[in-house]
Design a protein around this ligand. Sequence first.
Ligand code: SF4
Ligand code: SF4
Length: 210
Amino acid sequence: MGIPGSGLAKGLAVTLRTMTRRSVTAQYPDALPELPPRSRGVIALFEENCTVCMLCARECPDWCIYIDSHKETVPAAAPGGRERSRNVLDRFAIDFSLCMYCGICIEVCPFDALFWSPEFEYAETDILELTHERDKLREWMWTVPAPPALDPAAEEPKEIAAARKAAEKAAAARAAQAATEADAEAGTDGPATQAGTDADGERAPGEGDA
Ligand code: SF4
Ligand code: SF4
């Protein structure tokens, strides 16, 4: 059996300790919280990457992603090629009153079109206003932090390697084109100078007059 009044003393000790501790309450919205950069604030859409595959909408456990699209025919890239059809995004909306921020849509998107943004100030007084359309989702894209730097020993990512090779190929093609043009110019000027004529085929003054 404990000493009478020891429970009360313990309780008062806890109260005293808490009273002397510094308060951690943030006076939001006057003071904005310092959130980790990878906070799950809201979902942002990079619509250029979206191929309307519908995977995110199908996998969303809350069924709160709404996508509309139509098909368009793209002409053949080269003569004799085949026409292709592609999906064009008409609507992409997320109902954040249903979303449970599980992140499944972001994980399953095979084309890196969805990202977590740390933005959190989108509260509304009307629940219907919490369905955000593609323009708003795109605006949030610019608040997504850049991906962390790769490990120095890591392999070059496939996308970057492909982009670098394409840029090198284009630069080589430009250099070859410039060299061909320079050769062509030298070819027109060279014989004329040797023959003592200018570019118009006229004789240069003082040459061959003796
Ligand atoms: S985070 Fe989860 S609930 Fe929210 S839209 Fe994505 S899949 Fe659906
Ligand atoms: S999974 Fe990605 S690419 Fe497919 S519809 Fe969703 S956002 Fe677009």
